[in-house]
Design a protein around this ligand. Structure first.
Ligand SMILES: Nc1nc2c(ncn2[C@@H]2O[C@H](COP(=O)(O)OP(=O)(O)OP(=O)(O)O)[C@@H](O)[C@H]2O)c(=O)[nH]1
Ligand SMILES: [Mg+2]
Length: 433
């Protein structure tokens, strides 16, 4: 079972590695020159959801296997991938070219990190006054060209085979696109989205482009992170980009500010409530074990507060992950062995496992994700109030606390073994993606 992976993409020096370091414990190399990153880096980020322990008065007993839960705010793990920068012409081999694009095959969603400060040009070199508004389009068009180019160079062969074996359009396109981690269902959804109904042998280049465009939307849902909002020119670029793209997929971030605040919190100079503008120092908490700040550090904190926290409400990095989870439509689900104690099979802890599911995952599919033995010996399932739910019922936020009944006692460690990071959703999983 593969975990959900969210990949940071963007031109060199946009701040992808800084973003990864800001949201995970990774320590990827950061540099103010293009192609600091060559090989992908990854790490686990924790994003907050409302934990059911609060609703059921179990906050004291709540014991997540992965991540943590603070008074009902549960931090769920998700994998973040940071790849090499992409430059215009990458699909034709410019920069690090296709090698970078290949790394995207593992990603479920993309975070496009844009340097909104205008201090780096299209190739990631230092400059001043660069207008980043075009970056959003060309990055997408590079990914488009990569996929389209691979189809175009073999198109006549693809169509000949399609006719010879009398395959459906979805089947043929699936054969061609499965290398990008697409299921048949996802390809079918892409075809529906494209509105293309003509038979494949009549498709011209424009039609293929249209299908690839729809495929990109389905396969790589993207959140745009306008990064470096702490720098002076960002303001005017932000309003321009917001006017063009709206607010639904755009988040304002300062990876630098987040890294700085987390580091100070780790070193016990401040208490920092991640995802908020709440920073407390020894002055605010005189009885705490916080260290005293010197004037220089105090000034730097105030600068981050003035330029980022008070202006935008937070550094934005956590919002980016939340938005990516939202665009993927992931549903957190909790397998429990008892609907009264909410403990798992070992009787250990409460709401121990939280599994992220693709939208449309059924109860039986969830059973299989928790453990194939549960699906094999499946008798039924119940949710809160001992309400029975059918094996084909779709899991939503209304029925996501589930107790499975099996015909045979499953191994004691079975319920809630899900997958390593606690994320069940994945392209390889039995889910609908
Ligand atoms: N002011 C400011 N600088 C930032 C921010 N995020 C990153 N930087 C700086 O931007 C430069 C590039 O950062 P990286 O994280 O290495 O960028 P990258 O996108 O990973 O670059 P490549 O690996 O070369 O593709 C570094 O000097 C960072 O310190 C930010 O939010 N604000
Ligand atoms: Mg990098």
């Amino acid at each position: 079972m593969k975990d959900v992976v969210i990949a940071c993409v963007g031109k060199p020096s946009a701040g992808k590695s800084s973003f990864l370091n800001a949201v995970t414990d990774a320590s990827a190399k950061v540099g103010n020159y293009p192609f600091t990153t060559i090989k992908p880096n990854n790490g686990i980020a924790y994003f907050p959801i409302e934990c059911p322990c609060k609703r059921f008065g179990k906050t004291k007993l709540c014991a997540p296997r992965y991540g943590r839960c603070i008074e009902g705010k549960r931090f769920v793990p998700i994998q973040i991938l940071d790849v090499a920068g992409l430059v215009p012409g990458a699909s034709e081999g410019q920069g690090l070219g296709n090698q970078f694009l290949d790394d995207l095959r593992h990603a479920n969603a993309l975070i496009h990190v844009v340097d909104v400060s205008g201090t780096t040009d299209a190739n990631g070199k230092e400059t001043i006054g660069y207008d980043p508004i075009g970056d959003i389009e060309w990055l997408r068009s590079e990914i488009h060209s990569w996929i389209y180019g691979n189809l175009d160079k073999r198109w006549s062969q693809i169509v000949r085979r399609h006719i010879a074996i009398k395959a459906s359009t979805a089947e043929t396109m699936h054969t061609q696109l499965s290398g990008y981690g697409a299921t048949l269902l996802l390809v079918q959804r892409s075809l529906d989205r494209s509105g293309v109904k003509e038979s494949m042998d009549t498709w011209d280049k424009e039609t293929v482009r249209k299908v690839v465009d729809a495929f990109l939307d389905e396969r790589f849902p993207t959140v745009i992170a306008l990064n470096k909002i702490d720098l002076p020119d960002s303001d005017k670029n932000i309003s321009k980009i917001m006017r063009k793209y709206g607010q639904s997929k755009v988040v304002l971030t300062s990876a630098l500010a987040e890294t700085f605040l987390r580091k100070l919190a780790k070193q016990k100079f401040i208490v920092y409530d991640e995802g908020t503008d709440n920073v407390q120092t020894k002055e605010d908490l005189p009885d705490s074990d916080l260290k005293f700040l010197d004037e220089k550090l105090q000034n730097r904190i105030e600068k981050v507060q003035d330029l980022v926290l008070y202006r935008y409400g937070s550094t934005g990095v956590q919002d980016v992950i939340l938005k990516a989870v939202e665009v993927l439509g992931l549903v957190p689900a909790f397998p429990v062995k008892s609907l009264t104690t909410f403990a798992n099979a070992n009787g250990k802890g409460v709401f121990r496992d939280c599994v992220l599911l693709w939208p449309g995952t059924t109860v039986l599919e969830f059973a299989d994700i928790v453990h194939p033995e549960i699906a094999k010996h499946y008798l039924g399932a119940e949710t809160i109030g001992n309400r029975k739910i059918g094996e084909d019922d779709i899991i939503t936020l209304e029925n996501n606390i589930i107790c499975f009944k099996t015909s045979q006692a499953t191994h004691s460690s079975v319920a809630g073994t899900a997958s390593a990071s606690g994320s069940g959703a994945g392209q390889g999983g039995p889910s609908k993606k």
